[in-house]
Design a protein around this ligand. Structure first.
Ligand code: ADP
Ligand code: MG
Ligand code: ZN
Length: 487
């Protein structure tokens, strides 16, 4: 494992962090019923007897959810295996059955890993399927249950498919926890399993954290901070909690394993409950669902279908453009840019140009790239690569090509950009040559410095229609003609 300069919670101490990331899978319907898996509907409208836990209703496994789980497992280098659902029993009003159908000792994905941009490798213990709960909204007080006057419940989310991805305790500081979630989110989005929207709750993080003196080989008692739903909260909560724990140890107080919440407004974690033990949940196999047994052929098919993942993208870009800064590299490997960069490079566009146009012009158009599909993007860059249009024209052209579906070639004409019509260009240069006979004479006499002046005149008048490179070629051609005519 690559070494990392970690920022500890205090001098001589280090963090030990393991994350449980719950991601809602982007299926059309819920995990065990046909209700739509939608966000933002009227409360309690996407519900049925199954996801309301009514007696006599039976769960039916959603194949698309299994498929997504497999893709994620493969992308995380995990072993995809035959798995079993269990009932996890506990009482809470957001869970109508009083048990959650989840996977316990035999998850669908086990023993994977993920590589961070820093090169550090974080182990993945498992990634298992489970159903989401409904949503409680506490009204009055601080919006927390203790101070609320009353609570409302929305069961639309009840039964939405979740994949819980549990990391090994390999993360060593809050910033690295952020990097891990960012990377994991990129992978989830790349394989199409999640929309990755943290602000809509499609990615929620429980963070386990303990601290230990640097050099100590064993782990100490951990605290689990529940429901962190932004990267900022994640970093802040972990930092606060690390300091709190070091304080406790330094005051000689006992650490208890517990579940805590993060209060963003007051910037502190508070005790929620003592940590449950597995036996508190009285797990037992779900009798209404057979084991999920994906066949080997399907798994191998999914493996071959995996898209190029962020770490592989980083690898290719390091080969193509080794001198690119880390920031630019991360911009370009993002899902919004990568297909454009890939297509451009595959089509033989100068990589540095493809990178610059992706990082600047393309990202400026986001999030609405309109009709600028990768093929159109490549067409425009090819024109620039040939020197037929100049940089400033290309920038305008890219913007227009996003909002105007006209084929690129016609768009060039429509914008009044003459993509190298040699005769027209020669005429423009000729016009300038006639206006500045002295300069022209000096240029023909071998004074190269006047070229800049002459070209400057051409560009001042026609810069919108022609490229500098094109004008220079026309000037050279004209000079050749003049010289051979004089012989
Ligand atoms: P639980 O069901 O109790 O939440 P899980 O197995 O789902 O347990 O998750 C345990 C998480 O805690 C994992 O992410 C693991 O890496 C992390 N973890 C385990 N021990 C420690 C520790 N001592 N300090 C910090 N994190 C830990
Ligand atoms: Mg857990
Ligand atoms: Zn339902």
């Amino acid at each position: 494992m690559t070494q990392r300069a970690t920022a500890g919670p205090a001098k001589g101490w280090e963090y030990v962090i393991g994350l449980e990331v719950h991601t809602e899978l982007k299926t059309r319907s819920k995990l065990f019923c046909g209700c739509p898996n939608a966000f933002g509907e009227e409360p309690n409208t996407s519900i049925c007897p199954v996801c309301l836990g009514l007696p006599g209703s039976l769960p039916v496994m959603n194949a698309q959810a299994v498929d997504f789980a497999i893709r994620v497992g493969l992308a995380l280098n995990a072993t995809v295996q035959r798995s079993q659902f269990h009932r996890k029993n506990y009482f809470y009003p957001d869970m109508p059955k009083d048990y959650q159908i989840s996977q316990y000792d035999v998850p669908i994905n086990a023993n994977g890993y993920l590589e961070l941009p820093s090169g550090r490798v974080i182990g993945i213990e498992r990634a298992h399927l489970e159903e989401d709960t409904g949503k409680l909204v506490h009204r009055g007080g601080h919006g927390r249950i203790e101070s609320a006057a009353y609570s409302l419940i929305d069961y639309n989310r009840s039964g939405v498919p979740l994949l819980e991805i549990v990391s090994a305790p390999d993360i060593r500081d809050p910033e690295e926890a952020k990097e891990y979630v960012t990377e994991l989110r990129a992978i989830l989005v790349a394989v199409g399993a999640s929309d990755g929207r943290m602000e809509e709750g499609s990615l929620r993080v429980d963070a386990n954290v303990s601290v230990r003196p640097i050099g100590e080989a064993t782990f100490r008692t951990r605290v689990e901070i529940k429901n962190l739903n932004s990267l900022r909260s994640l970093v802040r909560a972990l930092t606060f909690e690390g300091h709190r724990q070091v304080q406790l140890y330094e005051n000689g107080e006992a650490m208890i394993q517990q579940t805590r919440f993060w209060d963003e407004e007051r910037s502190l974690t508070g005790a929620l409950r003592l940590k449950e033990e597995a036996n508190d949940y009285r797990y037992f196999p779900e009798p209404d669902l057979p084991p999920v047994a994906p066949d080997v052929e399907l798994i191998e098919e999914r493996r071959t279908e995996l898209p190029e993942l962020p770490s592989a993208r980083r690898g290719s870009i390091a080969m193509i453009l080794p001198e690119l800064s880390a920031d630019l590299r991360e911009t370009i490997i993002a899902d919004a840019c990568w297909p454009y960069f890939r297509s451009a490079v595959d089509a033989g566009i100068t990589p540095a140009r493809a990178a610059a146009r992706c990082a600047n012009e393309l990202t400026a158009l986001l999030p609405d790239i309109g009709v600028l599909a990768p093929e159109r993007f490549v067409e425009v860059l090819a024109i620039e690569d040939r020197g037929d249009l100049g940089a400033s024209q290309v920038k305008i052209l890219l913007r227009e090509a996003a909002s105007d579906p006209t084929p690129v070639k016609e768009l060039v004409t429509k914008l009044g950009f003459t993509a190298r019509d040699e005769d027209a260009m020669k005429a423009m240069v000729e016009e300038v040559v006639i206006r500045f006979p002295d300069e022209w004479g000096r240029y023909l006499g071998g004074d190269e410095k006047v070229a800049g002046f002459l070209l400057g005149q051409v560009m001042r008048q026609h810069g919108r229609q022609i490229s500098g490179a094109g004008a220079r070629q026309a000037l050279l051609a004209l000079a050749d003609e003049a010289r051979s005519g004089a012989e």
